[in-house]
Write a protein that binds this ligand. Structure first.
Ligand SMILES: Cc1ncc(C[n+]2csc(CCOP(=O)(O)OP(=O)(O)O)c2C)c(N)n1
Ligand SMILES: [Mg+2]
Length: 326
């Protein structure tokens, strides 16, 4: 595992903490909402993925483009999508990101924030991101495309074809495999004949880096280094961030197939708890300030829920708005 030296200021570390807590709070309130029968679309918990999605977004420059997936709520938030718009999206409201066309993270993108809408058919955000990266290269723009895939989606043919092209053309691309040990009910040990997904990178002529996906500062350092290499003409990087999916595939899935001991082991390595300990031990902050940040996040998410609930559904006559081919 890579353990790069830290290059973040105390202020930046507190910002990372805020985004992680905001993501966790959103996630917990979203699950509670669905358990009360008030949810609409599919609901994928991000629990355990906060360090990866927040730190990766944080490592990008303002003009870079990111294509998050269904475990990357932290990246959407960190890149500037307001919690109000995301909660409204999940309730299928007119004020949601896709204006009520989908009550899901699927399709949730906003190019004003440099976010490509999530393509549900996994891992189709990857070939699109390779294309975006190649457009930057051909136009000689110092910009980078970053995308995420799950461990399971990285075993499809299109994943391999895309990485091959990215390596061949030296695309300014950073792609992160969020290895959360499961693809729905299939454990990684039943999926690939090698131990590390990152070892596949050699076959595509790019560096493959393994990082502890529950250590936000390590994720930041590794992604930042890859982003700057890509920006400076050094080509693509494959990063494997090891973590654990702490709940089922989606809210309907109780994940009884995941051994309780495995979850208990990973629970001890919760990314937010770990980071809190680091922040306190290194004297960056104190308990009062962490409480204040958590309260701020809670207020923001309650506001988002109130806003989303009070928002209207889209009007039936608007159904063809935005449809440009028939
Ligand atoms: C081509 C395709 N097949 C099946 C699905 C249904 N599906 C959505 S997520 C998922 C599991 C993906 O596992 P992984 O890539 O490990 O991501 P994780 O959910 O664990 O983050 C499946 C089978 C899909 N979206 N696209
Ligand atoms: Mg997975």
């Amino acid at each position: 595992m890579t353990n790069n030296s830290l290059s973040l200021s105390d202020q930046q570390r507190l910002e990372l903490y805020y985004w992680m807590v905001l993501t966790r709070t959103f996630d917990e309130r979203m699950l509670a909402h669905w358990k009360q029968g008030k949810g609409v679309g599919g609901t994928y918990s991000q629990r355990g993925h906060e360090a990866i999605s927040v730190a990766a977004g944080y490592a990008l420059g303002p003009d870079d483009i990111v294509a998050p997936m269904h475990r990357d709520l932290g990246c959407y938030l960190q890149r500037g999508l307001a919690p109000r718009r995301i909660f409204a999206q999940l309730l299928g409201k007119e004020t949601g990101v896709s204006r009520g066309r989908d009550a899901n993270l699927h399709g949730m993108g906003d190019l004003e924030h440099g976010i490509i809408g999530f393509i549900s058919h996994l891992p189709l955000s990857l070939p699109v991101s390779v294309g975006v990266a190649m457009s930057f290269k051909l136009r000689k723009e110092p910009r980078v495309a970053l995308t995420f895939v799950g461990d399971g989606s990285s075993s499809t043919g299109v994943w391999h074809e895309s990485l091959n092209l990215a390596g061949l053309y030296q695309a300014p691309l950073v792609t992160i495999i969020e290895n959360n040990q499961y693809a729905y009910s299939t454990p990684v040990t039943h999926q690939i004949p090698i131990e590390h997904f990152a070892d596949r990178a050699a076959g595509y002529g790019m560096p493959g880096v393994i990082v502890d996906g529950n250590d936000v500062e390590c994720v930041y350092a590794v992604v930042k280094e890859a982003v700057e290499r890509a920006r400076n003409g050094g080509g693509p990087t494959l990063i494997e961030a090891k973590t654990m999916r702490m709940l089922g595939h989606a809210i309907h899935d109780g994940a009884e197939y995941v051994p309780a001991e495995l979850l208990a082991e990973w629970e001890k390595r919760d990314p937010i708890t770990l980071f809190e300990a680091t922040l306190l031990e290194s004297g960056v902050t104190d308990k009062d300030e962490l409480d204040e940040i958590r309260n701020r996040a809670a207020v923001e998410i309650e506001d988002a829920i109130e806003f989303a609930e009070a928002s209207p559904l889209p009007k039936a006559e608007s159904v063809f708005d935005g449809v440009y081919a028939a």
